[in-house]
Design a protein around this ligand. Structure first.
Ligand SMILES: *Cc1c(COP(=O)(O)O)cnc(C)c1O
Length: 410
């Protein structure tokens, strides 16, 4: 493939006009939208309005006047459309870790006779920590059991209260079979929680088609909500009357402004909100969701599949001799929207790339991760990034002391 072939693909790309909705830094090829999505131009306007008018002038009246109070549900309904969830089943609040605690505590309470929370070794560590914390808090009444990703389906037995998995692996990009695993969990009477951190806005997800019980997900990755933007959670309407989290608060009370001394859960997913949310993040996210108007997740995913395959092919052709290998699944139709490469000097190579304006990230011990976000990643970006990687490796440009100083965030 030549650079002009990549340019030709960009000319007929149906998502090319979406790229204009984002403030892409000049001279950079940004392949880290799977960790922190880029800034949507609409969010700049919206946050400015919030600060100057809503907070600056209207102050407390903004909770009603500018719809702050209902934003968690309003944005929840926008996210719901991207993950196959019905209206009033998704709320936006807190972080994934906190939301996972909420849905996991609600799920184990619905299966009081069972003692196992089942997860896999590919799961994001924070998810496992949350389950360990809950287990300790419950005096070991439930225990976290961790198996290899491919063993999950066979490990789902009738001792399992809850299966808790991340749909797309944050390193290998391996995707679990949501339909089959959810069906197996239900078949033995267990509940399931899906973490969609690397799936929402990246791959087609249909929570209702597979009848998932609960889900959590991120908004600052593929949904471009901004650093620390609130996470989301989904509760299947079938479980909404019975599921109650261990962590509740006044935002989830049926009548928050009655200020009663006793907690009485609100109907629906709203009971999973605990307290006041940061509105600066919230409005930035609300505006960011505009970019998804008219987007078909199937078409978006097919662009991601093409970009992942193209990058891998270019890297393997040019860089194989420099010790780079693909980490994880090669079947691009069965994986998420990022590519992970292994290299002995992964950290230094990523730093050298960043110094040239190509931004990816490092994951321990030797992984280089590149995220493809088809709303704003062009085919030329993909081509050029592979060229930069070739230069860094073939000329050993990574071999400088400053590139191996580890910073706190990698
Ligand atoms: C990014 C990510 C998280 C982040 O959790 P927070 O509590 O929101 O920081 C959780 N789970 C997975 C799988 C992730 O990729």
């Amino acid at each position: 493939m030549k650079r002009k072939d990549a340019l030709a693909l960009d000319r007929v790309d149906p998502f090319a006009k979406k790229r204009k909705l984002f403030k892409l830094p000049k001279g950079k090829i940004y392949l880290d939208g799977n960790s922190l999505g880029v800034l949507p131009k609409a969010s700049i306007v919206r946050v400015k309005h919030l600060v100057e008018v809503e907070w600056g002038q209207d102050l407390i009246t903004s909770w009603n006047k500018h719809g702050w109070w209902n934003l968690p549900q309003v944005i929840g309904d926008k996210i719901a459309k991207l993950v196959g969830a019905p209206p009033n089943s998704v709320a936006v609040a807190d972080t994934i870790s906190v939301n996972l605690f909420k849905v996991l505590s609600a799920a184990v309470a619905l299966r009081p006779q069972r003692s196992v929370v089942l997860s896999d070794s590919g799961n994001f560590p924070s998810d496992l920590y949350v389950a360990q914390g809950l287990s300790q808090f419950m005096d070991g009444k439930v225990e976290l059991k961790i198996v290899e990703p491919k063993q999950i389906i066979n490990a789902i037995s009738d001792e399992v209260a809850v299966v808790m998995l991340t749909e797309t692996d944050y390193r290998s990009a391996y995707r679990h079979d949501m339909q089959a695993i959810t069906a197996k969990a239900h078949c033995v009477g267990a509940l399931i929680i899906w973490d969609l951190a690397h799936s929402a806005g990246a791959v087609p997800i249909d929570l209702m088609a597979c009848d998932a019980d609960f889900a959590v997900g991120c908004t600052y990755k593929y949904l471009n909500g901004g650093p620390g933007a609130q996470a989301f959670l989904f509760v299947n309407p079938r479980l909404q009357p019975s599921a109650v989290p261990a962590l509740v608060g006044w935002w989830g009370h049926v009548k928050p402004f009655a200020f009663s001394t006793d907690f009485e859960p609100a109907d629906g997913v709203r009971r999973f909100q605990s307290g006041t949310q940061g509105m600066i993040n919230m409005v930035a996210l609300d505006a960011a969701m505009d970019a998804w108007k008219g987007v078909s997740m199937e078409r978006l995913y097919s662009k991601a599949v093409k970009q992942c395959a193209m990058f891998t092919e270019l890297v393997e052709q040019q860089c194989g001799e420099f010790g780079v290998t693909l980490y994880g699944n090669r079947d691009f139709h069965q994986r998420g929207s990022h590519v992970c490469l292994q290299h002995e000097q992964a950290y230094a190579v990523i730093q050298a790339l960043i110094s040239r304006g190509v931004v990816g990230d490092f994951r321990t011990p030797n992984l280089m991760r590149f995220g493809f976000t088809p709303l704003y990643t062009s085919y030329v970006d993909v081509f050029d990034a592979a060229q930069h990687l070739y230069e860094v490796l073939s000329k050993r440009l990574w071999n400088r002391k400053k590139f191996s100083n580890k910073q706190s965030v990698t």
